[in-house]
Design a protein around this ligand. Structure first.
Ligand code: SF4
Length: 114
C-alpha cells in the first residue's frame, strides 16, 4: 500500500504494520526552505531568551530514535555523511537533533525535551 504522496510503503509483519520509506530525499530547494524555517525558529528563540542547544543526552536520545526511525526515513550516510532525514517535510542533518527548536515531522520526538 502506498501513502498519498507515493513515498511510503506499509509492510505488514504478522499483526504489526511498519512503514518503510522508499522515496527520494527532499529536493535542495525544499531542504533550503526547511532550513530557512528552522533558522527563523532559532532566531525567535534567541530573541525570546529561550535555550536553543539541546543537552547531549537529549541530542543522543533523538538521534537514537532517528536511527531506528519507524518510517525508515533516516540515512546515516546522507547529506555527505552528516546524516539525513528523508521525510518530505525534513531533509535535516544530525544538527537538527541538537536544536531544541526543532521537532520530528512525523511526531517521534517533540521540539523541546528536557
Ligand atoms: S526526524 Fe523523525 S521522521 Fe526524520 S528520521 Fe528522525 S524519527 Fe524519522
Amino acid at each position: 500500500m502506498l501513502c498519498k504522496r507515493g513515498s511510503c510503503r506499509i509492510v505488514k509483519k504478522g499483526k504489526t504494520a511498519s512503514i518503510n520509506f522508499t522515496g527520494e530525499s527532499p529536493s535542495l530547494a525544499q531542504k533550503a526552505a526547511h532550513a530557512a524555517a528552522a533558522g527563523g525558529r532559532i532566531v525567535r528563540a534567541v530573541v525570546s531568551g529561550e535555550p536553543v542547544l539541546a543537552p547531549p543526552e537529549v541530542r543522543e536520545a533523538r538521534l537514537a530514535i532517528c536511527r531506528a526511525c519507524p518510517g525508515g526515513f533516516w540515512r546515516e550516510e546522507g547529506n555527505a555523511g552528516f546524516g539525513e532525514c528523508r521525510h518530505p517535510q525534513c531533509g535535516c542533518t544530525k544538527l537538527k537533533q541538537g536544536l531544541l527548536t526543532e521537532h520530528c515531522p512525523a511526531g517521534h520526538w517533540p521540539a523541546t525535551t528536557a
